[in-house]
Each structure stands twice: as C-alpha cells, then as structure tokens.
Ligand binder design. Structure first.
Ligand code: FAD
Length: 475
C-alpha cells in the first residue's frame, strides 16, 4: 500500500519521522509537496523564504531521484489535493511532520479531522523541535514567559533522541511511476524572485540537506570551540549559520544537538550553543501559547504606548541601510545582499527602529519576514518583541541599545562596517561608527552617505524613555 508523505518545513530524508513512519509501516512512501501560501493567513512566506524553498525542493527531488523515487509538487487547496491524490493513488495513509504557526496548526487540524473522517490513516509527528511547545510547563501547569526557568525545566526532561538514519539504498517504489499524477513543475510555483535579487544569498548558503549537513560539519569542526566568545562579533564567522536549514527542516534539530553534544569541545561552548537551540524552542512555546503575538504585544501595557506614526520615508531609510548610523546600515545591507544578518546586529538594528525611531516592531518584523532566508514566525516574533521590550522575557523596555557603543564593543576594528559600507572604510575609528562627528571628513569619504543620522542616539534614547515613562505605572 502507498502512504503519502506530505513534506512541508521538513525538507530532508534523514531523521524524518513522517518518512520513517511510512517506511517502517511497510508502505511505499510517496513524497509530495503542496503549495498553498494562501492558507497561511497574514503570514504567507516572504520572498527570501520562497527563494530558499525553491532550491531546497529541487535538492530534495534530486535526493529522492537518487533513490528511485521523486518529489511530486502540487498546488493547493491542500485538503482537496490530498483527497484527490488518495483517490488517484489508492493510498491508505498520509503522514506529516507538525508545523506550529497558528494558521497552519488550525488548517492541519482540520485536514486531519477530514481525512480521518473518511477512514484514512492520518498521522502527524514532531520533526522540528526537541520539545513539543505544550510539553514544558510550570508546576502550576502554566506556560513560561521567561527563558531561563523554561529552559531549566525543559533540560530536566531531556531524553537522548533516537535518531533515524535515512536509508541510503532505494526503498520500495511504485511499480509504475507514471500511473500516479506527477503534479506541476517546480518552476510553475514561481518562487524565484525577480531581478536576481537573491544572487548573493547563494554565495553564503547552499539550501538542501547536503548543504545543511556541510554547515553542521563545518561548525562542529571549526566553529564550536570558542563559540561562546566569538558568537557576538559580526565580522567573524562565529556562529553556525544553521538557522535557514533548521527553519526548513533540512537537518533535524535533534541531529544538530546530538552532533554538538558529541563533539570534543569545552562544555561551556556546547551548553551555550544548545541554549541557543533552546531559544528556538522557547519561541515555539510562546507562539503556541500566545498565538496572537504574531501581531500584538505580549505585554498589554504597550497598548497605550506612543508609537511614532510610520512614515514611509523613514521606514525605507531603515530598510535600505540609509539611517546614517553605520552599524545599523551595515546590518540592513548584509540582510538585503545575503538574506541573513548576524544576531548581534539584528538586535541593534531592531532596537534602533523600535526605540530610537519608535516604530512599532511589527513594521520591522514584516521587513525581516520578507527578506530573511531564516524567516520564522516563532523566532522572528520573539526576537522583535524581546528587543522592543513588549514581549515575554525579562528584557525591559528601558534597556536601549546605544548603536555606537554596541559597534565599538562588537565591531572593535570597524571591519564589519567596512565590509558592508565600503564607502566608510577610509574613515578612522571611532569616526567610522559615528561619522556625523566630522561632517567634512564624512562628505569627503562618502558624499552619498547620510550626513546626519535619522535620530541621534542620545536624543532618541531620551525620547524613547519619555514615551515609556508615560505608560509606566507610577512607583
Ligand atoms: P547560532 O548562534 O549558530 O545558533 C544556532 C541556532 O539556534 C540558530 O540557527 C537558530 O535556529 C537558534 N537560535 C539562535 N539564537 C536564537 C534566538 N535568539 N531566537 C531563536 N532561535 C535562535 N532566528 C530565526 O531563525 N528566524 C528569524 O526569523 C529570526 N528573527 C529574528 C529577529 C530579531 C529582531 C532578532 C533579534 C533575532 C531573530 N532571530 C531569528 C534569532 C537569531 O538572530 C538567529 O536565529 C541567528 O542569528 C541565526 O544565526 P545562526 O544560525 O548562525 O545562529
């Protein structure tokens, strides 16, 4: 009998629970992908995600073909597509790995009900997380809102995961491939953005399972030792850059955790890295329990906050790296060119938007959503609300990053700024991080760079704190 293996954000063969269930259940697995962005509510995948997905699906198809199979791509609506495939193939089961975005969770639950209602074996699995979002709770049975206790409780229930190695040999395939609908060509989904915008992404990343495995091996071999020290310096390659691979499930997070824990590396580095995976888990925990936080502040006090009325001119300057604050602009240009930004710079750029420019984090989250190759509803929302101070963790609003101080600390030789803003490379330090200090030198070096920042750091900080004081409860 045939089982449909409905692949989504688990674009891998290795350690894929849905595929495993099909093979171990004695079924012939039929790998399918159904394209239905309109079913994802307000948060249909953005352009950078689409560009990545296109390549990842192609890589997956190649892997399947090497095993005598292939990936079949269809257009939604998903339920109807699954139903007609069940009829056309005589399949008896549909297996998939869970996703946790609120709109997708709702849709998937409805699909499961409908399929089971027709007597189909429909089962979902955890292929994306170390802990299910509902599995970790306080002693009172409530969700956590602060990372440290969340992660402590989670780790206490850690079980060494039983990893499943993808079969290297061919598995049972259809007697007649052509008897089953082929679906559409991947190109027909039109996932590739126009004008070659994504060209720079692929100098840095190789979507697909092989690329994910190579990134993991590189990190375990060369990046893990010293990770704790290096991870905050954007000019160095101090982090794993696994985030898009993890988002698309090209490598299982359990595989990543196991590889890192088995590595010969100082315990501090290992613990620190696993805690970063923990933030990803925590993000899913929060999104599951507070689904409204994709758009709304988790902390309701911010309902009365005096956010600036968004001006397109200001927002565009931030998006395209023309705020006049070099560390912010360098980050925004790294994002545009490579589809990724270093975590430290994400924090500084997000802080400048939400505190100094006092724009609601939603505007920044939307831009990141469209331009990050690792755009992830859970992690992006957590990141923005954490920086904005409107979210779950203990980071208070009053902690305003000073972009110049941050740059001096984390880009001490100015090489990150020089890489993404080459026009400022000839300026000496500390001027390179705050070029408005010498307008004449700036004009000579970079005639097109903004003369003054949109908001000067100290002034922006004062205004932000004033706005906050207006909603802060009286002491
Ligand atoms: P590493 O340091 O190598 O960490 C390993 C893995 O841990 C990452 O691949 C990621 O899966 C996870 N991780 C690390 N830090 C975090 C974190 N703070 N929150 C959640 N998971 C984390 N991450 C995304 O994956 N998608 C997003 O859309 C996203 N948006 C963000 C928006 C803002 C404003 C901020 C401040 C952070 C955001 N992050 C997001 C978190 C973080 O910046 C990235 O996960 C990280 O930079 C990815 O690089 P890396 O794989 O080299 O990280």
């Amino acid at each position: 009998a045939i089982a449909l293996v409905w692949l989504r954000d688990d674009l891998r063969l290795d350690d894929n629970p849905a595929l495993r269930a099909a093979i171990e259940g004695g079924y012939i697995p039929l790998a399918i992908y159904v394209h239905a962005p309109e079913e994802e509510g307000d948060w249909a995948p953005g352009n950078a995600s689409n560009a990545w997905r296109h390549r990842s699906l192609r890589a997956l198809d190649e892997r399947l073909r090497a095993r005598g199979s292939r990936l079949r791509v269809f257009r939604g609506p998903t339920l109807q597509t699954l139903q007609s495939l069940l009829v056309a193939t005589d399949a008896e089961a549909v297996f998939w790995n869970r996703r946790y975005e609120p709109a997708v969770e709702r849709r998937d639950a409805a699909i499961k009900r409908a399929l089971r209602g027709q007597g189909v074996r429909a089962e979902s699995f955890n292929g994306a997380l170390l802990f299910e979002p509902w599995q970790v709770e306080t002693r009172q049975g409530d969700p956590y809102r602060v990372f440290t206790p969340y992660w402590k409780t989670a780790l206490a229930s850690w079980r060494e995961p039983a990893l499943w190695d993808a079969p290297t040999a061919a598995w049972p395939t259809l007697p007649d491939e052509d008897a089953v609908p082929h679906g559409v060509a991947l190109e027909a989904l039109r996932l590739v953005p126009g004008r070659g915008w994504d060209g720079g992404f692929w100098e840095r990343f190789a979507p697909g399972e092989a690329g994910a495995r190579a990134a993991l091996e590189r990190f375990v071999g060369h990046g893990l030792v010293g990770y704790g020290l290096r991870r905050d310096f954007p000019a160095r390659r101090g982090t794993s850059r696994l985030s898009p691979h993890l988002h698309f499930g090209e490598v299982s997070v359990a595989r990543v955790a196991a590889a890192v824990r088995a590595a010969e590396a100082p315990a501090d580095d290992v613990e620190r890295f696993v805690a970063e995976l923990g933030w990803r888990e925590f993000a899913h925990h929060l999104l599951h329990h507070f689904p409204g936080t994709t758009d709304a502040d988790l902390n309701p006090r911010f309902r009365d906050f005096d956010w600036a009325v968004p001006q397109p001119r200001i927002l565009r300057a931030w998006q395209h790296g023309r705020t006049g604050v070099p560390i912010v602009d360098a980050g925004m240009r790294e994002l545009w060119r490579t589809g990724w930004m270093h975590n430290r710079v994400r924090m500084v750029a997000a802080s400048y938007l939400t505190k100094h420019l006092r724009m609601h984090w939603r505007h920044g989250a939307r831009w990141f959503w469209d331009t990050l190759v690792d755009a992830d509803l859970a992690s992006n929302g957590l990141g923005w609300q954490w920086v904005a101070g409107t979210g779950a963790d203990a980071a208070p609003y009053v902690r305003v990053f000073n972009p110049v101080t941050q740059a001096a600390r984390f880009d001490p030789d100015g090489s990150y700024v020089a890489r993404w803003l080459p026009e400022l490379a000839s300026l000496p330090l500390p001027l390179r991080h705050a070029p408005w200090g010498d307008p004449a030198a700036l004009a000579r070096a970079a005639p097109d760079y903004p003369r003054r920042p949109l908001v000067e750091p100290a002034e922006g900080r004062r205004a932000a704190l004033r706005a906050y004081a207006a909603i802060a409860p009286p002491r």
